[in-house]
Design a protein around this ligand. Structure first.
Ligand code: MLC
Ligand code: AMP
Length: 514
């Protein structure tokens, strides 16, 4: 039986000319396909030499670099489970993830080694390596002593490839377990659906610790043997300048908003491009239309999640058989991808009629295996007939286009990052002098949506709004910090005593957009 290790499929798609350029960085470095093959072999051999138990997690919190991508691919190659962590996470957040996932190996930057290794060793991790974005660190030093030949470890399609932490409606983050089969099926579907070509060149400007940059973008390029223009961080001017050498770009809506603010974004600048893809957060129709006017290109919006990778997409091809369905429609996320079953259900569990709003449920080869060590939580999130409840609220029109109109989960999506109000409220409520708090999402011209904190104090407390934000900054990833905080005498409540967040959203809706 063939090896279902995702690495094998990615490796098999490398072009015949292994000396061709696979990745070009923004500071001018070039990596050939051969370089990627050899480097992943060396790191995989290092991991193998550690004689880790079956299913070991490799937790990684490092700045974006080609070597960080190599570490991901090497983890697959070695048959271990990749666990990427946002670089903005601070010690309390890292402490939770490492404590929960119990990784056998942790890789962090040299600058963070002190506090990260302390957390890791406390959690029983045996190996902590460093990896910096300038190709230094103990991981590469150690890998340099290993062979550049390696046979990928045998994996079944159902074996774990990665765990991505994500939060649900309540409680702590949960690790979504994705298998080799989940990721490969999604990569192959998108290869076909988006019409990838071998000579495509992808501008990779997203972080590589979430689904979008790590799976959709990297797998997309590799499974097609296509080159990547690799940017360590998103800079609108740089991306626009490199469009002349590229054909595909993927971004969260904020990236499109920021590029639209650049006078250099013109039809001429985007002339060589074949496809602009957006997702991870709602793309405003204004952004969609302005992009069309400025560049002559129609953004293709798609929808996905950590638990499922990509679920729906607007069409790439003008399909003459289904003339009406060939259009990329702004404000929609397109059709369920081939192999994905999507339905919209009401609270009563009944299917909604065409155009009616309900909870989006999905099933398919891309849907994850469950939450790490949380069987009850996993069971709660699936229906009895095996559909995953996304927590997104939407509708399907008569032509089959899916539109997301909201979320049943209390979640703010800010610049493509998820922020869970319950987590922020928990930290605020723990502050001395605070009686209660509510965090709500409001529109923001740059990030799409941002958090606003509304706080009630205990009597006698003189805590100031700025001090609340200051304390949060010391503890939480920067993107989670509410952009404003208000101290108020009371929160609006319904007759059951529940805080009415919809009224708060209404009250503060024009804060950044008025
Ligand atoms: C940065 N800041 C943010 C923020 N990013 N605030 C809210 N939301 C965000 N997303 C804050 C910082 O805390 C800082 O505040 C200030 O903004 C400037 O920080 P910065 O680091 O200079 O920002 P920048 O580098 O410009 O980052 C903005 C960004 C980044 C949009 C480029 O957020 C980004 O790369 N987003 C993409 C996220 C992504 O890949 N999501 C995919 C998830 S996968 P201060 O106060 O400290 O100055 C998924 C599934 C799917 O959802 O379907 O794809
Ligand atoms: P994450 O758990 O970080 O993967 O975030 C997944 C969530 O992002 C989904 O459940 C949606 O709420 C949201 N999302 C992703 N793509 C889109 C999109 N195109 N439009 C609206 N929301 C989206």
């Amino acid at each position: 039986m063939s090896n279902h290790n995702l690495f094998c499929a990615l490796r098999a798609a490398f072009p015949a000319d292994l000396n061709a350029v696979a990745v070009e960085t923004d500071d001018g470095l070039q990596y050939s396909w051969q370089d990627l093959d050899r480097a992943t072999a060396m790191v995989a051999n290092l991991l193998a030499s550690l004689e880790l138990p079956e299913g070991s997690r490799i937790a990684v919190q490092v700045e974006k670099s080609v070597e960080a991508m190599v570490l991901y691919l090497a983890t697959l190659r070695a048959g271990c489970v990749f666990l990427p962590l946002n670089t903005a996470y601070q010690s309390a957040e890292i402490d939770y993830f490492i404590g929960n996932a119990e990784p056998a190996v942790v890789v962090c930057s040299s600058a963070n080694f002190g506090w990260v290794s302390k957390i890791a060793f406390k959690a029983g991790t045996r190996h902590v390596f460093t990896l910096n974005d300038d190709r230094t660190g103990s991981l590469l030093d150690r890998a340099a002593h290993h062979s550049d030949q390696n046979t990928p470890v045998e994996r079944q399609a159902d074996d774990l490839a990665a765990i991505l932490y994500t939060s649900g409606t309540t409680g702590r983050s949960k690790g979504a377990m994705l298998t080799h089969g989940n990721l490969l099926s999604n990569a192959l579907t998108l290869k076909d659906y988006w019409g990838w070509k071998k000579n495509d060149v992808l501008i990779h400007a997203l972080p590589i610790f979430h689904v979008h940059g790590l799976f959709v973008a990297i797998h997309g390029a590799l499974i097609n043997g296509s080159k990547m223009v690799w940017m360590s961080r998103f800079e609108p001017k740089r991306v626009i300048a490199r469009m002349a050498d590229a054909t595909v770009f993927m971004g969260v809506p904020t990236l499109y908003v920021r590029m639209l603010a650049e006078p250099s974004l013109t039809q001429q600048a985007a002339k060589n491009m074949r496809l602009f893809i957006a997702g991870s957060a709602p793309l405003l129709i204004e952004t969609f239309s302005e992009w069309q006017t400025r560049t002559g290109h129609t953004i293709l919006e798609r929808y996905g999640m950590s638990e499922t990778a990509m679920l729906t997409s607007n069409p790439y091809r003008a399909d003459t058989r289904y003339a009406k369905q060939s259009e990329r429609r702004g404000g929609t996320v397109g059709f369920p991808l081939p192999g994905v079953r999507l339905r919209v259900r009401g609270d009563d569990g009944k299917d909604m009629a065409v155009g009616e709003i309900g909870g989006i449920q999905v099933q398919g080869p891309n849907v994850f295996k469950g939450y790490w060590r949380m069987p009850e939580k996993t069971a709660e999130e699936f229906t009895s007939d095996g559909f995953f409840k996304t927590g997104d609220v939407g509708k399907v029109d008569e032509r089959g286009y899916v539109t997301i109109v909201g979320r049943s989960k209390d979640l703010i999506i800010s610049g493509g990052y998820n922020v869970y109000p319950a987590e922020i409220e928990g930290y605020i409520n723990d502050m001395p002098g605070v009686a209660e708090s509510a965090v709500v999402g409001v529109s923001h011209p740059d990030f799409g949506e941002v958090g606003v904190a509304v706080v009630i104090l205990k009597s006698g407390s003189a805590l100031q709004a700025d001090a609340v934000l200051g304390e949060l900054k010391a503890k939480l990833a920067n993107f989670k910090i509410p952009k404003k905080c208000f101290v108020v005498p009371e929160l609006p409540r319904n007759t059951m005593g529940k805080v009415q967040k919809n009224l708060l959203r209404e009250q503060y809706k024009g804060l950044f957009t008025a």
